[in-house]
Design a protein around this ligand. Structure first.
Ligand SMILES: [Zn+2]
Length: 314
């Protein structure tokens, strides 16, 4: 039995076919083009699912979707997505009608958490907090082996947990959120404060063909011994440690899985992060928790496929 996983992104929508072990069998993608409206999008999505069914037929038993934004998982509604500029959009139900396959929809970070649970940890632990460290910070919670939704399906907004009461401005409109310190936009804003000659910095540290002032460039600079770049990563690690400390005290997870582009700079932010986690007064939850980094860029889409399968086969 096979499941389809769908990751709806601002630019592209990705589809994968995986088996129950999480092995990738096929993939496809098309441009999301959210401005054409959601009914048009759902039709194109159903057509892409139809293409996969021609190849895999009745082996395909479910669809799982991960979408960036505020999702109502019970009704399959994308309540709001800043990336797509959609509000109160129905996706799961119309897709079910067009394809005849049971369809679940969840927040994309929740599906990355499910992917971490099934693929990275092979279900050996039931208490996992996963953080997707990108432009923004998403997170998902697996508690006692179940995806935790909270009262309105909104659980896991770890990126907007406050770590400074009147701190830096966040994309959400508030101040002092974890994301306002550890989202890539915030990391690069801090880098701009310390690195004055941006053009020379890019010339020296960006990869050829990718001449941009971004976290990859900042990681290369840290590796080359650039003091300000190392300082920015150390500060990032400190703030990430502060955010994680609160979450570990609250949840007592077995694992924290960090994924997303920023997690690739682990070598440069983890020492400061671990220092914060190692200096807590209440020791027990910190002694047990393991921090795992996943470089699997497909955790979200594969996780969505496996979650859809899990739900359909229950
Ligand atoms: Zn925020």
């Amino acid at each position: 039995m096979l499941g389809i996983g769908i990751d709806i992104g601002g630019t592209n929508t990705k589809l994968v076919v995986v088996n129950r072990a999480g092995k990738l069998l096929a993939q496809d993608r098309f441009r999301t083009e959210a401005s054409k409206g959601s009914p048009d999008f759902v039709k194109r999505l159903a057509a892409a699912v139809g293409d996969l069914r021609r190849d895999y037929g009745r082996q395909l038993v479910s669809i799982g979707i991960g979408a960036a934004g505020d999702v109502d998982p019970e009704r399959g509604i994308l309540r709001f997505s800043p990336n797509l500029a959609w509000r109160r959009v129905k996706i799961a139900e119309p897709l079910e009608k067009l394809t005849g396959l049971p369809c679940s929809m969840e927040n994309d970070a929740n599906m990355a958490a499910w992917g971490a649970y099934e693929i990275e940890l092979k279900r050996k632990s039931g208490n996992i907090l996963a953080l997707t460290l990108g432009t923004g910070i998403g997170s998902g919670l697996i508690l006692d082996g179940k995806l935790y939704h909270g009262a309105t399906g909104s659980a896991g907004e770890a990126g907007h947990v406050k770590i400074e009461s009147e701190g830096r401005p966040c994309h959400c409109g508030a101040r002092g959120c974890l994301e306002a310190y550890c989202g890539s936009y915030a990391i690069m804003a801090r880098a701009r404060e310390l690195i004055k000659n941006e053009a020379a910095f890019i010339k020296k540290f960006a990869a050829p063909g990718h001449e941009r002032f971004n976290t990859i460039c900042l990681t290369n600079a840290a590796a080359a011994g650039h003091a300000a770049a190392r300082q920015v990563w150390a500060e990032t690690g400190h703030y990430l440690g502060c955010g994680l400390a609160g979450l570990i005290l609250l949840l007592n997870p077995d694992y924290i899985v960090l994924t997303g582009g920023v997690s690739r700079a682990r070598k440069w932010f983890m020492p400061a992060m671990n220092k914060v986690l190692g200096s807590q007064q209440i020791k027990t939850p910190f002694a047990r928790v393991k921090i795992k980094i996943s470089d699997d860029a497909d955790l979200g889409s594969h996780g969505a496929a496996l979650f859809g399968l899990d739900k359909a086969l229950k």
